[in-house]
Design a protein around this ligand. Structure first.
Ligand SMILES: [Zn+2]
Length: 153
């Protein structure tokens, strides 16, 4: 976080209460805030920080959902009755298997709910799609002229 002062304390406080997300307000109202974000180094840095936090949350919750899906698919494919760990540890195979399946399903549900909450409560979708559009533009700019002319047809 930069140690610089906000150029307009009132606007800065309003922006801070919205977590520097102005995507929800009307374009006419947004103009003043966009101007402040362009002028104020402190607020624009904080906006970038909050948006990257939102993006990180969205990525983490979707990764968590993916890992739980992976765990469930692994559980489906191993043969729990033949697995050495069960024999060595002397676990009740049937109960253990069902407990693992329940934990996997619960974890998957929890991660999907968390992902849905992140996507609804934060501007992460527009932030992440903005990054994707920017990357696509950079890649397209690096393409050789011949390929670019084919794409534009
Ligand atoms: Zn400011």
């Amino acid at each position: 976080m930069p140690k610089t002062q906000c150029t307009d304390g009132v606007v800065g406080a309003i922006l801070a209460s919205w977590r520097y997300d102005i995507s929800g307000i009307s374009p006419e109202m947004r103009r003043d805030y966009e101007q402040h974000l362009a002028e104020c180094a402190r607020c624009s840095a904080r906006q970038r920080f909050h948006r990257s936090l939102d993006g990180a949350l969205a990525v983490l919750t979707s990764l968590s959902a993916l890992f739980f899906l992976f765990a469930l698919s692994v559980l489906k494919h191993i043969k729990p009755l033949e697995h050495m760990a069960f024999k060595i540890l002397g676990l009740d195979i049937y109960d253990m298997y069902h407990m693992l399946i329940s934990a996997g399903v619960a974890g998957l549900c929890f991660s999907l709910i968390a992902l849905a909450l992140v996507l609804m409560a934060t501007p992460a979708p527009s932030y992440l799609s903005g990054i994707a559009v920017e990357r696509a533009r950079l890649i397209e700019a690096r393409l050789p002229e011949r390929i670019r002319s084919i794409r534009l047809r």
